[in-house]
Design a protein around this ligand. Structure first.
Ligand code: BV8
Ligand code: ZN
Length: 238
């Protein structure tokens, strides 16, 4: 399998790595992806739930969906793919993990530097006073949850139409631009600006390696596309 050997050689020689992960890296932990078969979005259209408009219209419905996901994630555990990235990080002088996922499994696996482009399902933000706090209760006792000030709380995530956290993309672009190798793992590469990091890394000179179970919008833009589950392939690349 020349591709696997080639990818291993590039990774072994690299001293600076950037990694972009999507929902696919958590699939083997039992968490449905957004757009794949049986995907999370299958039952709901993204614009129905993950937007400020949907939340303003029906905060309870949006919270029921997040509450369901929080329970699912609370029962899940990091898988071999998450753990392989922790191992890789230990051996690379410069390593930045950029994730679109909000499930917190990279944190639980022990990853160090994580750029959470789309926020964190385990944090809440008050729509009235702006307070921002961690809350790991699953399920939540009352929906929708409220802040101590009485204001309505929202999930601490980035919805469609909302900007990413200040400075986050700049830091991610810096990591992608200084990487010799960029790993793109378990993402359909359709959500922006996250997906723009892939051509960005390539144009900056990184060798881009994709790990996915199917072809994606990025597959034509990468140097090496490895087809298979991340939980099986990533450990083989260490
Ligand atoms: C913004 C958080 C501007 C919440 C999420 C047209 C063109 C370009 C852009 C746009 C456009 N129209 C609209 C936009 C902008 C929009 C966008 O990109 N829309 C898309 C749908 C076209 N983007 C935004 O709105 C962003 N903000 O642009 O702001 C702005 C600037 C200033 C001021 C105001 C505004 C915000 C985007 C963030 C949205 N939030 N989630 C939550 O999670 O609840 S996005 C959501 O999609 C998740 O974060 C998810 O991670 C992300 C990406 O999806 P993937 O992770 O890739 O998951 P998916 O299911 O799609 O794919 C899984 C993959 O895994 C598959 O390829 C599958 O084959 C693979 N797989 C499965 N199993 C495995 C596997 N691979 C390996 N191993 C396995 N075992
Ligand atoms: Zn408040």
């Amino acid at each position: 399998m020349a591709d696997l050997e080639q990818a291993r050689a590039w990774i072994a020689a690299a001293t600076s790595l950037a990694v972009l992960t999507g929902a696919g890296i958590s699939a083997e932990s039992g968490i449905p992806t957004f757009r794949g078969a049986g995907g999370l979005w299958k039952n709901y259209k993204p614009e129905d739930l993950a937007t400020p408009e949907a939340f303003a219209k029906d905060p309870r419905l949006v919270w029921e969906w997040y509450n369901w996901r929080r329970e699912l994630i609370a029962k899940a555990a990091p898988n071999a793919a998450h753990r392989a990235l922790v191992e890789l990080e230990k051996h690379k002088p410069r390593f930045t993990l950029i994730t679109q996922n909000v499930d917190g499994l990279h944190d639980r696996a022990g990853s160090g530097k994580i750029l959470k482009l789309h926020g964190d399902i385990w944090r809440m933000r008050c729509t009235a006073c702006g307070a921002n706090w961690p809350d790991r209760r699953a399920p939540l006792p009352k929906l929708p949850p409220h802040c101590a000030c009485g204001g309505l709380a929202r999930p601490g995530v980035v919805w469609f139409g909302e900007p990413l956290p200040d400075g986050m993309m700049k830091e991610a672009e810096h990591a992608a631009a200084s990487a010799q190798v960029a790993l793109v793992i378990g993402t359909s590469a359709v959500v922006h600006p996250a997906a723009s990091l892939i051509p960005y890394a390539r144009h900056a000179g990184a060798k881009v390696i994709e790990i996915n179970i199917e072809e994606t919008a990025a597959s034509a833009q990468v140097d090496c596309a490895l087809c298979g589950p991340a939980g099986e392939l990533l450990p083989l690349l260490l």
